[in-house]
Design a protein around this ligand. Structure first.
Ligand code: 5GP
Ligand code: ZN
Length: 116
């Protein structure tokens, strides 16, 4: 069951509109509404859990599937050669603003390190 107060649960249940670019069992990918790169996608588990710190051993397979999904999307968006960045912000101090676990897939421009 989704959390009706959670934006990404509401996107997962199609109560809030998003530009969905892919879906597979237990996972959804959509475009970030405030893109920080020419390609900026979010991959979320359709089940609600707040942060990366909440991942249990039972959920590690889903997390691995999210990474494989991101890799497939990166190929689809022609990011394989130029490179891409995959980010999980965990906690507000690290920049997390939506407390439903999500993976950022960013690409299409040069990336600097360290991130801000
Ligand atoms: P965080 O800061 O939690 O790591 O990332 C949350 C991301 O969700 C941000 O990049 C933000 O632009 C994106 N976002 C916030 N609200 C919405 C929305 O309503 N729709 C979509 N597609 N993305 C959103
Ligand atoms: Zn949620």
């Amino acid at each position: 069951m989704g959390d009706s107060n959670c934006l990404f649960c509401r996107i997962a249940s199609r109560q809030v509109k998003a530009d969905i670019v892919g879906e597979e069992e237990g996972l959804l990918a959509f475009k970030d509404s405030h893109p920080q790169a020419p390609t900026h996608l979010l991959v979320i588990p359709t089940e609600h859990f707040p942060t990366l710190a909440d991942v249990t051993p039972a959920q590690t397979q889903l997390l691995g599937s999210a990474i494989q999904f991101a890799n497939r999307l990166a190929r689809q968006y022609q990011l394989s050669e130029s490179g891409y960045r995959v980010v999980f912000n965990c906690g507000s101090g690290a920049g997390q603003s939506v407390f439903h676990l999500h993976l950022h897939l960013l690409g299409g421009r040069p990336m600097r390190w360290p991130p801000g």
